[in-house]
Every structure is written in C-alpha cells, then in structure tokens.
Design a protein around this ligand. Structure first.
Ligand code: ASP
Length: 440
C-alpha cells in the first residue's frame, strides 16, 4: 500500500481577508490531497487602512463603544465572504453567543472575543471545503493556570485527528479544563498549525502568508531583498531574536522537536517555492555565505573599568548579580583585561539607570562605571560562515568603507553569527553595506 503523506496548511489573515482570498486558499488546498488539515486565521486587512477582524473583536471590550455597531461590522465581513463564496451558512448563533458573553461575567473575556475571528473563519472554511470542522477547544488544551499543555494536547489531538482524514481547525485558541477559552499571544495561529503538524506526524507544515518567504533583510531598509530559500531552525531563531519577523517565534518549537520542516509560502504567488525551514541541511550557500541580516535599535552599553580586574575572581558575578536583582537580562558581555562591557536594552533599564550603576559601584567597586546610549545591534547570520574564511574581515571592511565605527563585536561560539554594535544613526547604512557586500 502506498504511504499517505500529510501536510498541515495554515493560512494567515491576509490570505483570508475576503472571498477572493478564501477561493485562492481553497484552490491551493484542492491542488494537493496531502493538504488534509487546515488551520485558518481570522480575516486580516484588505487594504492599508482596513481593520483586522481580531482587532474589531477586541474593540468590543473597550469602554463606551457601540457594541452592536462593531458586531455589525464584524459579521458584515463574514457575510460578504459567505456571499462571495456562494455558500449558505448562518452565523447568527455565534453572534448571539458573543452578545451573551459580553453581557455576563466570563473569565478571560479578551481571549474569548479575540478567538471568535478564527472560530468563524474555521466554520466558513470547513463549509467551503466540505471538510469536518473540529473546534480547537476540543484539542488545544491549556491548564488551569492558562499555560499551554503540550503533552495532553498532543495525545488528545492525535487521537481525535487519526479518525478524521480531512479537517479544519481554527487557529489561535484552545480551552482550559473548565472550558474557558484561552488564546496564544497575537499571531498565535502559527503555533496552532505547528502543534497540529506534530500531532498528526505531518511531513510538512505549510504556512501560507502574503509574502514569498523569509527575506534576507528587512525590506524597509534594503531595497527588494532576496528571499531565503533554505534556513535552519537555529538560524531562524538568531534572526527572529534580532527582530526579523516571519512567523510567531513559539511556532518553531513543536515542529522542531519532531523534525518537521516548515515551508513559508505566498497565497498570492503559489508557484513560488517560498522558504524552507529545516532542522539540518547540507545545502550551503557558499556564494553568498550569509543567510540573513537582522538588527534592532535601542541598546546601551554599561562600561565598567577596574585596574587589575583580570585577577579579581568573581568580579563578573558581582556585576551580573546586580542585573539579576533588578530583573535585567543582558544581551552581550564583551570584556577586556581591565574592563567589562554589558549590553542591555534601553527598555529593560528605563528608570533604573542610576540605581543599577550605584549598586554595581557598591557591589563590585569598579574605578569607573558609565553608560553609553544609542547602540544598535546587527546580527549577520549564516551556517556557511563556518567554512568561509574572511567573513568577519569582509563585514568590517564594508562598514569601515562607509565611514562607520564599530562599537562592539561578538561572535557566537557556533560561528553561526557575528553581532556588531554601531551607532543607531548608522544602523540602516551598515545593514545595506553588509547586504551589498555579501549578496550577489
Ligand atoms: N488573529 C490573531 C491575530 O491577529 C491570530 C493570528 O492571526 O495568528 O493576532
């Protein structure tokens, strides 16, 4: 007997923004019978100034709003989709349920209202495809404290889905043991898709968006950056940590554990191969060397100097104990013989600057401590860097060529990334210089 392959296909908000987008999604699903489990988001923006359905739903909880007007706007969007798809589907019960919930004292009302967007999308999609609708409250489980319960979810979900060859499962939410609806953080339908992919042992988790994959750099900074064709989970983590966005960060964990690749695809350009996110790959881009560049502004450096610091055992611990006390995490900690720099985010230390410095002064007794602001960090990430001699030299040469001063350097021990710190004002120019140097 031929082995049956399984793909889980998740469609984001812009991929389901109106009837036409629903049709495109359905066409994609119909083209490959392996696409058996579908995870929809709530309809997103149709044009720049449009409002996402999830945001409309959340606005129901604001003070002094006309709830029935907002409900009209929300249901008008679904009615338009239903009409555009020539379906006959009555959603009035869901509207009644929302009204009832708004009038009563439910737990986590923001989760409840926000979840209805995916719920409604799921009902429409299931009807349009002729697939079974399985409510996420049945198979995505949170514990009594509201934390996602991965173990129970996996066993309940795999059992439920093993008896069902095709299903639509709304993204973004699940239920606590008492039935209270709980959502993941915003953008969380990505996580649902990943959880479903693991539970059914999918060969591939397809994440359909409105972009043709993960770009090598931020398109707001670099003009038309190239799409990354293959990236490892580790590289992805480095880039998303430094601000690149393509998918919810937590969506990687469930599939990563079971080695299921993720394919980021574009609903509006289904022939484009998109980006493959994999556990390991032998495919090295030795021509471009780097996989991607990302970065963030808003960091500062605590510069701490003390004569004979190198011989003082426990100096670093004393400094870090103060950061720990104030719940401040550090990003990097390059050091010299008699000096230590601690890079922290401006946001983490806002309002605490003086206290922190005073306390480090008392605890570690340095000769000098000062704070320099306005640092931007840039991560140059690439698995091929390990085998390409001179990568660091090329980065520094091109930055120097722009007349930019590098204020900090840090290379991860895995040689997967090189992090540099520059003045915030030089951030964009540095990224462009690096991109131009490496990407052919
Ligand atoms: N609809 C939710 C949001 O806008 C979840 C999602 O789309 O993934 O955040």
């Amino acid at each position: 007997m031929q082995e049956r392959h399984i793909r889980v296909a998740k469609f984001g908000g812009t991929s389901l923004a109106d009837a036409e987008q629903f049709r495109k999604a359905a066409q994609i699903i119909g083209e490959n019978p392996d696409r058996r489990y579908i995870v929809p988001s709530a309809p997103g923006k149709r044009f720049g100034a449009d409002i996402k359905v999830t945001d409309l739903l959340l606005s129901l909880l604001k003070k002094d709003v006309d709830q029935s007007k907002i409900l009209d706007a929300i249901f008008a969007r679904y009615d338009e989709i239903i009409e555009g798809l020539d379906l006959s589907l009555d959603l009035s019960q869901v509207r009644e349920d929302i009204k009832k919930a708004l009038a009563s004292d439910i737990k986590h009302p923001e989760c409840y209202v926000a979840s209805r967007g995916e719920h409604l999308s799921g009902l429409v999609m299931a009807k349009f495809l002729g697939f079974e609708f399985i409510d996420a409250t049945e198979i995505i489980l949170f514990d009594a404290k509201g934390n996602f319960d991965a173990k129970s979810t996996n066993s309940v979900m795999s059992k439920r889905l093993s008896g069902c060859s095709n299903a639509v499962i709304p993204g973004f939410y699940g239920a606590m043991p008492d039935g209270t609806i709980k959502t993941f953080s915003r953008g969380g339908s990505d996580i649902t898709g990943s959880i479903v992919a693991r539970a059914v042992g999918a060969d591939l988790y397809e994440n359909w968006k409105d972009v043709s994959g993960f770009l090598m750099a931020d398109p707001h900074i670099v003009d038309h950056p190239r799409t990354i064709s293959t990236i490892t989970y580790r590289e992805l983590r480095e880039l998303t940590y430094m601000g690149a966005t393509v998918m919810h960060e937590d969506a990687v964990f469930p599939v990563r554990e079971s080695g299921i690749p993720i394919n980021i695809r574009n609903t509006n350009d289904p022939d484009a191969p998109g980006t493959m996110i994999v556990a390991h790959t032998d495919r090295m881009d030795l021509q471009n060397v780097i996989t991607g560049i990302a970065g963030k502004k808003g960091f500062c450096i605590l510069i701490i100097e003390k004569e004979m610091m190198n011989t003082e055992i426990g100096f670093g611990r004393k400094v870090l104990s103060v950061l720990e006390k104030y719940n401040v995490s550090f990003e990097h900690m390059p050091s010299g013989i008699d000096s230590l720099c601690v890079i922290v985010s401006e946001r983490d230390i806002a309002g605490l600057e003086k206290q922190l410095m005073d306390e480090i002064m008392i605890t570690a007794q340095p000769d000098v401590i000062r704070l320099e602001r306005g640092l931007a960090l840039i991560a140059v990430v690439g698995r091929a860097m390990k085998s390409a001699i001179g990568t660091a030299a090329r980065i520094f040469r091109c930055i120097a060529g722009e007349g930019i001063n590098v204020r900090m350097i840090d290379q991860g021990s895995s040689e997967l990334n090189i992090i540099i710190g520059v003045e915030e004002a030089s951030f964009e120019a540095s990224i462009n210089a690096i991109y131009r140097t490496f990407v052919k």
